[in-house]
Design a protein around this ligand. Structure first.
Ligand code: ADP
Ligand code: MG
Length: 250
């Protein structure tokens, strides 16, 4: 197991990743490379394998075949420390990300204290600074049920960033929101991108993917059928199934 990060090498690399559930093959030889400070958008119909890909990247699912590297370290190696890997990867899901019995500040400071051993004072100072920068400081002492869905998702992003991850995985984070709340969450993702965070985003927000992504991957039945820049995939899709998907959704 190599631990040295190749300078300038990909933050995340997947090679020939396969994953089945029972008899259904959900990821079929998926290759992926995510360069530092870039955003990769995963698009594709419901059931095409976007969430499974993200869950494999975070070792929430075990791959059946193939390999995954984080900063040059093979994390699918049986000797890899899965907890240590997950600490380097932030994840935000569609919903239910926050602990309901903790305030915004407590949600954000929990992992930095428990996982990274920060003192409470240091964790809080850092959290308040993050909240301030990201426009949420007024909500620091609220409980999640007092926040709008958009504020909850923004808090979930801040919480994921509080442990300073190498990689941030966002899985349909606006899918459960009322339309008027989507914008504030996407704005935060834009800011996080501007700060240089490397991200992989599964999304149905095509306009957003087109604007923010460096690389777009179209998944079709567990295959990355087409990939390229947003200009390539959205502007001039080569595959008929990509064209069909985009016609239906845009
Ligand atoms: P997407 O996120 O693109 O909608 P998913 O990765 O959630 O797709 O799902 C891909 C396929 O895998 C779907 O057919 C789904 O039903 C199946 N699947 C996902 N998770 C499981 C699981 N834990 N057990 C069985 N089947 C699953
Ligand atoms: Mg999904």
């Amino acid at each position: 197991m190599s631990t040295a990060a190749a300078p300038g090498g990909p933050v995340l690399r997947m090679e020939a990743v396969r994953k089945s559930f029972g008899t259904s093959l959900v990821l079929r030889d998926v290759d992926l490379e995510v360069a530092p400070h870039t955003v990769t958008a995963l698009i594709g119909a419901s059931g095409s394998g976007k969430s499974t890909l993200l869950r494999c990247a975070n070792l929430l699912e075990e791959v059946d075949d193939g390999a995954i590297w984080l900063d040059g370290e093979e994390i699918t190696d049986p000797r890899a420390d899965a907890d240590a890997v997950r600490r380097r990867i932030g994840v935000v899901f569609q919903a239910y990300n926050l602990f309901p019995h903790l305030t915004v500040l407590q949600n954000i400071t929990l992992a930095p204290q428990r996982v990274h051993g920060l003192s409470r004072a240091d964790a809080e100072a850092q959290a308040r600074e993050l909240l301030d920068r990201l426009g949420l400081v007024a909500k620091a002492d609220e409980y999640p049920d007092r926040l709008s869905g958009g504020q909850q998702q923004r808090t979930a992003i801040v919480r994921a960033l509080a442990v300073r991850p190498r990689l941030l995985l966002l899985d349909e984070i606006t899918a459960a929101l009322d339309p008027e709340l989507v914008g504030e969450v996407l704005n935060l993702v834009r800011e996080v991108k501007d700060e240089g965070m490397t991200m992989v985003i599964a999304t149905h927000e095509m306009a957003f993917a087109r604007e923010v992504a460096d690389q777009v991957c179209f998944l079709d039945a567990g295959v990355v059928l087409e990939r390229g820049t947003p200009q390539e995939v959205f502007g001039a899709p080569r595959e008929e199934r990509t064209q069909k998907f985009l016609r239906r959704i845009v």
